[in-house]
Design a binder for this molecule. Structure first.
Ligand code: SF4
Length: 342
């Protein structure tokens, strides 16, 4: 996956530092349509960002914006079509075989639906033993002690070991999903809509648990959700995605105090009160989300943007810094900061 010098110059990520756990550079994930007429789906289209050690990097956007695809490609459950993905300084984009398997010990995923992600025919003990079997570690460690440790970390006990997933509540099943993700002591966990399938009261408990585990174990999260309110509760920084692109990226307090992108404004206006923000009324976007196989020309949001101007359908806005650490892809602010739209 070669990146040209020109492309590197256009990247919004800065010099790598020890604080960076993961760096994505110009990552693209394209899927071929089922037939010639359905075209190529550009699920993730030239995305660059860093994930800092110990942070929760939130990603929010409507269904189909590419956020789950991005999460999967970061831990190589999918292969990128183009781009570099560096975990702890090592490019994993083209990794294969044993190296890829070893890399997976460092980066794990918690899925949305705990019922679907746990094998119904296996007991909880078997489910928690699985990661150690896959990595041939069962002989090297005291499995009984490690499994009990994992259960205790997620607030469950020995009673649950002989149970099957269908005997547990939704919240308990998701705790098992978290314990399984923690088994190999990863540095990075992708939380893919990890609380979306849970009742609101259980959601809060699981979010608290994730926060406790992050502090206790020094974890880094890539936290994906369609729900901005949930992302707001847990994230240190937030990326807003629309049709395969990041359109705004900022510290969570920066974003909620002063959002720039009209799409972020619309998302925030759907939440009655968040941070210091309050909107008199919800901003309703016109039309449907366009197909990612035929994204609109120029700014992909122009067909729905309440503030679109003539240049918006002609030229694609780059994701650029408008304030310290606050990146926005919108011509309105690039013009204000003195940049030309061509
Ligand atoms: Fe709206 Fe234009 Fe900004 Fe896109 S570039 S978000 S269409 S104002």
């Amino acid at each position: 996956m070669k990146i040209s010098d020109e492309e590197k110059e256009g990247s919004p990520v800065k010099e790598a530092s020890k604080d960076v756990l993961m760096r994505a550079e110009h990552v693209k994930v394209y899927f071929k349509g089922k037939n010639r007429r359905s075209g190529t789906v550009k699920a993730v289209d030239d995305i660059s960002f860093d994930i800092r050690r110990g942070e929760t990097f939130g990603v929010v956007g409507e269904s189909g914006c590419g956020k789950s695809t991005l999460g999967r490609v970061l831990i190589r459950l999918l292969k990128p079509t183009e781009g570099r993905i560096c975990l702890d300084g090592t490019d994993i984009a083209d990794m294969k075989g044993v190296k890829l398997k070893q890399m997976r010990r460092k980066a794990q995923i918690i899925f949305q639906d705990p019922s679907a992600s746990l094998n119904p025919r296996r007991t909880i003990r078997q489910i928690l033993t699985e990661p150690f079997e896959i990595h041939q570690m069962t002989e090297q460690i005291d499995m009984e002690a490690r499994i009990m440790e994992l259960l205790n970390l997620v607030g469950l006990d020995a009673y649950h070991l002989s149970r099957y997933p269908h005997e547990l509540s939704g919240g308990q099943k998701q705790r098992i999903g978290i314990a399984r993700a923690l088994a190999l002591e990863p540095d990075l966990i992708i939380c893919d809509e990890a609380v979306s399938a849970l009742d609101v009261s259980v959601q809060a408990q699981v979010l608290n648990l994730l926060q406790e585990l992050k502090e206790k174990l020094g974890l880094t999260y890539f936290f994906i959700s369609h729900n901005l309110n949930v992302v707001y509760q847990v994230s240190d920084r937030v990326a807003v995605m629309y049709l395969g692109k990041i359109v705004e990226l900022a510290d969570y307090d920066q974003l909620y105090e002063k959002r720039y992108h009209p799409y972020t404004e619309a998302l925030l206006s759907a939440i009655p009160q968040v941070g210091n923000s309050s909107f008199k009324e919800r901003i309703r976007l016109r039309g449907e989300v366009p197909s990612p196989s035929e994204p609109p020309s120029g700014c992909r949001f122009h067909t729905r943007c309440p503030r679109a101007c003539d240049c918006c359908s002609l030229e694609e806005p780059e994701l650029r810094e408008v304030e310290d650490g606050h990146l926005v892809a919108c011509h309105l602010y690039h013009l204000k900061t003195g940049d030309s739209v061509g």
